[in-house]
Design a protein around this ligand. Structure first.
Ligand code: NAI
Length: 712
């Protein structure tokens, strides 16, 4: 082994360049902390070293602490981040951070402990800890206000916003920004600082800077109230305000201690547990089971979207946002004009709201064109069909695509309910066919269900997952079944919502109970938004397949009354023009009571707790069945579907994580209890627990077992 390899740093003209190297994002786990501590100590003692530069290997500087370490003994093992950053700040030799790619969370805290920072203009910086239910816990809340002032610090910490370094150019966070190599610039700056130290100047240590705030008490009271109003009961944003206030009222060391106390308290909350679960689950979801490790994705640059309606236009925008060139194909000029107009209006709106510059909007629009024929298909790497939900019509489209597409192109359908295997069989290349189930509005919703058919090739799955990442979607693999993961689970959930009405609840009570619990929108508000006529169509289809389908006849009554939802101003609620909140409807409520009488049910007061449990357990039971059938790869994938696509509160970790937290035995016992309810709706059938749930509850296992792939 060469001398060079043994050295913990590279010595360049008197500068020790210490490289953080822990792929993929240089997470500050114990092993890296130990290496960094050693390198710093050696460099500080080495007479040949005049200054130190910290730099990151690979994609970026450092994306922060190692979240997987949080419940392992390693997290408390020395050196802690706090101690390490103290060592840097106290170093007698200048330490400069050279930031490329990203400096996030603990990575930015590390940079702030240095005596100077040089960043690439486009590097992503921020303290996103609140999104995990935490605050920066290694000095971030004390150092940031000292560098950039209280207001800017609060914005970054409380909102967990990440931004490109150049947007912070005047903030004081960086000593230098560059469009070239931050490492070269950092080395030059480090030597300059070493010269200054040599001629007797003191180093600028962040912890020694003071923070000034005029009328601090009033300012923080206002900031706390704003954080509280925006955080929907989550404690972290308010705690972030408290910590920034410490920076203005306490000496640095005491501020650090105060911050650590708050951080340690947040780390024990249920909210942190849920948010961390989803964070890790989203990363895990990218792994496609059974994929040979050598599988590499095919390049995807050119796409064709067939159909420019609600979904087709949203998908077109999503693809262009990801930098793909897209041709939207429609069946006639009017429809094409409408589709392209929707796209154009989107970009105009984004520009008006300041989300895109005129140049960016123009650039993305230039990637999009329209066509009335399938010529573009021959050159496409990916074709996404988004015509209306009709198997015969889809057959015609897929036969045409099959005849024209080049070998290896991915052929996808955006169908919500149809069988991908059947669609694949319309082509001579079922291995290249899959479902790409976007959610409405497709340019906004994060979730993408990647539906794997019986014959979809591993390489096609790998390509679809890479493509999803490129267009910024949260992808989850689903097998083929009616409604895939998300919509299939929605059926029993909606069914329970209906039965609650039959038994004594009213729509606003059901919605209020589950919204207070944390769902973004209750089932009846969702139904009004999606269109009750659409729900009726789906129910009709399902009834032809299963005439014994259990559901509340209140759903039929609503459509009979022409109450199709928000689009007509009337649904489960009345929508009064100019009024944001929907109004409970006397007419609907009377119809619900009449239905209970017809059924001979004595209406009763149903507690919010029962409403929440029945809705949640309906999701959990179906989720367990989905897992048992191998439709979902793992239980945490189901949590990703619900948190990314269905407004399930992220901090509750998703339905399957909730089951775990409550204990499967408890969930099972409550389901048995609900099964003893009104037999008019064959509760026994509805609440028949999934075999997997029975098994796990019996064995007193928790969903840590469910979190493995459970296909055996
Ligand atoms: P839509 O009715 O808004 O749009 C369908 C479009 O396809 C129309 O503009 C029509 O002119 C066009 N079209 C029909 N046949 C065509 C052909 N042969 N060639 C080119 N264009 C053709 O329907 P929407 O809502 O966009 O749904 C499309 C698909 O997406 C359906 O399979 C639906 O189940 C699925 N989906 C819908 C969601 C929604 O919320 N609307 C959510 C997820 C999936």
């Amino acid at each position: 082994m060469s001398q060079q390899a043994l050295s913990p740093y590279q010595l360049v003209a008197g500068v020790a360049v210490i490289t953080l190297d822990n792929p993929p994002v240089n997470g500050l786990g114990l092993a890296l902390r130990l290496r960094l501590e050693e390198a710093l100590r050696v460099a500080i003692a080495d007479r040949a070293v005049r200054a130190i530069v910290l730099s990151g290997a690979g994609r970026g500087f450092c994306a922060g602490g190692d979240i997987t370490e949080f419940d392992l003994p390693a997290i408390t093992q020395s050196p802690s981040l706090m101690a390490l950053f103290g060592l840097i700040e106290d170093s007698p030799k200048p330490v400069v951070a050279a930031i490329h790619g990203m400096a996030l969370g603990g990575g930015l805290e590390l940079a702030m402990a240095c005596h100077a920072r040089v960043a690439h203009e486009q590097a992503l910086v921020g303290l996103p800890e609140v999104h995990l239910g935490l605050i920066p816990g290694a000095g971030g809340t004390q150092r940031l206000p000292r560098l950039v002032g209280v207001e800017t610090a609060l914005n970054l910490i409380v909102q967990g916003r990440t931004c490109q370094a150049y947007t912070m150019r005047d903030s004081g966070l960086f000593d230098q920004l560059t469009s070239d190599s931050p490492l070269d610039a950092a080395q030059a700056l480090a030597l300059k600082l070493a010269d200054q130290v040599g001629s007797g100047s003191a180093l600028r240590r962040t912890g020694q800077l003071s923070v000034h705030m005029h009328d601090a008490a009033a300012f923080f009271a206002y900031a706390r109230a704003t954080a509280k109003a925006q955080s929907r009961g989550l404690p972290a944003p308010e705690a972030g305000v408290d910590c920034v206030e410490f920076a203005t009222t306490l000496p640095f060391q005491q501020g650090l201690e105060g911050e650590f106390e708050v951080f340690s308290r947040l780390r024990t909350t249920a909210q942190f547990a849920g948010l961390r679960h989803v964070f890790l689950a989203e990363r895990k979801a990218l792994e496609v089971e059974g994929l040979p490790s050598a599988t590499s994705p095919r390049p995807v640059e050119r796409a064709v979207v067939i159909g420019g309606g609600t979904m087709g236009s949203g998908i077109t925008i999503s693809l262009a946002n990801g930098g793909l060139s897209v041709t939207m194909v429609e069946r006639d000029q009017n429809a094409l004009d409408r589709g392209l107009m929707t796209v154009r209006q989107h970009y105009e709106g984004a520009q008006k709201k300041g989300r895109l510059s005129a140049q960016q909007a123009e650039q993305q629009l230039s990637l999009i064109k329209g066509a009335l024929d399938y010529q573009g298909v021959a050159e496409a790497d990916l074709v996404i069909e988004a015509i209306f939900e009709d198997l015969q019509a889809k057959r015609e489209v897929f036969e045409q695509i099959d005849a024209l597409a080049r070998p290896g192109a991915l052929l996808a359908s955006n169908t919500s309910m149809l069988d991908i295997n059947q669609i694949a069989a319309f082509t001579g290349r079922p291995q290249d066919v899959l479902g790409l189930h976007f959610f409405s509005p497709a340019q906004v919703m994060k979730l993408l269900e990647v539906v794997e058919g019986e014959r979809t090739a591993p390489e096609v799955m790998a390509t679809a997952m890479a493509f999803a990442r490129r267009i910024g979607k949260t992808a989850v693999v689903s097998g083929v079944c009616e409604g895939f993961i998300g919509n299939r689970m929605l059926q029993p959930y909606m069914m329970q919502a209906g039965l609650l009405l039959d038994e004594g609840a009213l729509p606003h009570q059901v919605d209020r109970a589950i919204e207070r619990w944390g769902m973004a929108m209750g089932p009846f508000r969702v139904s009004d938004l999606a269109g009750n006529d659409l729900g009726a169509q789906i129910r009709e289809q399902r009834l032809t397949q299963n005439p014994n389908l259990v559901y509340s006849r209140n759903f039929d009554a609503i459509t009979r009354m022409g109450r199709f939802g928000q689009k007509v101003g009337r649904g489960w609620y009345d929508y009064v023009p100019g009024q944001r909140a929907p109004e409970p409807s006397g007419e609907v409520n009377a119809a619900i009571e009449a239905e209970s009488r017809r059924l001979g049910i004595q209406r009763r007061i149903i507690s919010d707790e029962e409403i929440v449990e029945r809705l949640l357990f309906a999701l959990i039971n179906e989720g367990a069945k989905i897992l048992e059938e191998g439709i979902a790869q793992r239980s945490s994938d189901i949590d990703v579907v619900y948190t990314a696509g269905y407004g399930f509160p992220r901090w509750r970790g998703g339905p399957m994580f909730c089951a775990d937290q409550l204990g499967l035995k408890y969930v099972f016992a409550r389901m048995r209890h609900f099964a003893g309810g009104h037999d008019y709706q064959r509760c026994e059938d509805f609440w028949r627990p999934s075999a997997l749930l029975c098994q796990l509850a019996e064995r007193e296992q928790s969903s840590s077992a469910l979190n493995q792939s459970e296909k055996s």
